[in-house]
Ligand binder design. Structure first.
Ligand code: HMG
Length: 445
């Protein structure tokens, strides 16, 4: 059967940068290491005055189409995944298509457009929809455009404020993909949870500590479900394991639990017996409490082994590089982690063709999904064209006072006028309001 997966990727970050150690921590009266070491974040990206989920998504999609030599007629569907939408009816994908149509003679009138919502996991769900549409034979030779775009802002003074970010990842889903082919095997962990939600409000209500526990619980369920679907989880069989990354510290908590689960009964558990013993088995304990205590003890010891540390440095650490500098991008976050790993591999001259990725997505509310991907022959050329690290380096640093003003500009309950801090060039920009309250966009040469 023809492989289906990601044929091309393009990434756009918000153009402003708030340094957490230098600007945010002093304003909060916090030790900078709470952010840089505890959460694992150095900085957050923010959109300038003329940027939003549409401009970031459209700019990423436009560069992707240009690079791949595509016309609107080559695209059969546009799915936008976001949890920052500003309209309950008209999807962001129509706005993005409208932007792109300013640049092409043709139109997307025969493309199916939609918007996917399930917190951060909807980017992966949108990829799934495109995969299924192609596998069902309904694409008529056309590709699907999936755009994960968010302004991940929290209420001022919410503990989540340090994890904010803004950016978009555009992905082309097609047959015979150049970057990565999706596995058919897939696992889910899903439950009705109240840890992070936005009931008719722009900024989330968050129970941060609980959200961490829910992330871990749903990830575990997804891993078990992936195994029961026949998915291989042996940690040494994957080049990288990109996780949804609200902050890198979250991934380090999840990775050790996943590793422990995956090595159970394998050669790796056996190799570690002398150093840290065998994993506790429930049947050897009288009650759950004693069993859980033993499991925690084993996990702590496992995290300190060279075996685990080497695996983490090889398989997880490279996926966190971009996230450390930009914060949480919600729907785009796990896809940015994939990009980060691939950029590292390209830079290191690694031969990834045929190697596998274990992709672990998550969305609050809550659902985790795990699937595998096989890296395709064209990956190096594709990844070589992604200029996100230059864009990250080119961001304009902002002071804490400028951050406060920018947060207000993007707060729908505030009426704040502010001059942009950067100058737009060759990009789509927000250009004011239309007569029905719609947002208007234009392309600046
Ligand atoms: P907090 O309570 O302010 O921070 O917020 P903390 O006190 O828990 O400290 C954070 C870490 O830094 C801790 O590490 C501290 O020990 C450490 P841990 O014990 O957890 O390993 N620390 C230090 N380390 C070194 N030097 C120091 C220092 N001080 C402290 N001086 C919290 C943390 C995650 C709760 C907050 O950021 C938050 O509410 N974030 C938003 C929610 C979130 O990101 N949840 C993650 C899971 S849910 C998810 O991923 C879904 C999401 O993306 C949304 C969606 O799906 O749509 C959020």
């Amino acid at each position: 059967m023809t492989e289906v997966g990601i044929d091309g990727i393009e990434v756009r970050t918000g153009k402003l940068k708030l340094d957490l150690a230098e600007e945010f921590a002093p304003a909060q009266g916090d030790d900078p290491e709470k952010y840089t070491k505890g959460l694992g974040l150095n900085a957050s990206s923010f959109p300038d005055v003329y940027e939003d989920i549409v401009t970031m998504g459209a700019n990423a999609a436009y560069r992707l189409m240009e690079r791949k030599g595509l016309e609107p007629e080559d695209i059969g569907r546009i799915d936008v995944a976001t949890e920052s939408a500003f309209d309950h009816s008209k999807p962001v994908s129509t706005y993005i298509a409208g932007c792109l149509e300013q640049r092409y003679p043709g139109t997307f009138h025969h493309a199916n457009k939609g918007e996917r919502k399930f917190a951060c996991i909807s980017g992966t769900q949108a990829l799934d929809d495109a995969f299924n549409w192609i596998r069902a034979g309904r694409n008529r030779g056309r590709a699907g455009l999936v755009i994960a775009t968010d302004t991940a802002l929290y209420e001022r003074d919410d503990p989540g404020e340090a994890t904010q970010g803004a950016g978009a990842v555009a992905m082309l889903v097609d047959e015979d993909p150049d970057v990565a082919a999706f596995s058919v095997e897939q696992g889910y962990g899903s439950a009705d949870e109240t840890d992070f939600l936005k009931p008719d409000q722009q900024f989330p209500s968050v129970d941060g500590k609980r959200s961490v526990q829910v992330y871990l619980a749903r990830m575990r369920e997804a891993l078990e479900d992936f195994e029961s679907a026949g998915g291989d989880t042996h940690p040494d069989n994957f080049a990288f394991a990109p996780f949804h990354t609200p902050f890198p510290g979250m991934v380090s908590k999840a990775a050790v639990l996943g590793y422990r689960h995956a090595i159970r009964g394998t050669d790796v558990e056996e190799e570690l017996v002398e150093e840290i013993g065998r994993q506790p088995r429930r049947e050897a304990f009288d009650d759950d409490e004693a069993y859980l205590e033993a499991v925690t003890e084993y996990t702590d010891a496992l995290a300190e082994t060279d075996h685990y540390r080497d695996w983490y440095a090889r398989t997880i650490e490279p996926t966190l590089t971009v996230s450390r500098e930009v914060g949480n991008w919600y729907t785009g976050s796990v896809h940015l982690a994939r990009v980060s790993g691939l950029l590292y591999a390209a830079e290191e001259g690694m031969d990834l063709t045929g190697k596998r990725l274990l992709v672990a997505s998550y969305g609050s509310g809550a659902q985790a999904e795990i699937h595998a991907e096989t890296v395709q022959e064209g990956w190096r050329e594709e990844v070589g064209a992604i200029d996100i690290m230059d864009r990250v380096a080119d961001r304009t640093p902002i002071t804490f006072e400028e951050y406060e003003a920018i947060h207000d500009v993007h707060n729908r309950d505030e009426e704040t006028d502010m001059e942009p801090l950067t100058t737009p060039e060759e990009e789509f920009v927000f250009d004011g309001w239309g007569r029905m309250g719609e947002r208007k966009y234009t392309y600046v040469e």
